[in-house]
Design a protein. Structure first.
Length: 75
């Protein structure tokens, strides 16, 4: 479990990761059918998912901060 800062608890706590299905932005029925058939014909049967992080203590949803990479040397 990743350790992250919780805005509700105000300290570093363990967080659980939950995958949520991404919402499709297709407005029309015809567009959603075309998207479905193109997905099937291409062999891409997986659903796009996004990660959500929830605090183990208070169950508050948190957004992960972008991690900075240290000790990088340019070639």
């Amino acid at each position: 479990m990743p350790q992250m800062y919780c805005d509700c608890c105000h300290k570093q706590t363990a967080h659980k990761v939950v995958l949520k299905r991404c919402e499709s932005e297709n407005a029309s029925m015809l567009r959603s059918l075309v998207c479905f058939f193109s997905t099937v014909l291409q062999g891409d049967h997986y659903v796009k998912m996004e990660k959500q992080y929830f605090c183990r203590r208070c169950n508050h949803q948190n957004v992960p901060l972008a991690a900075s990479i240290t000790n990088i040397k340019a070639a």
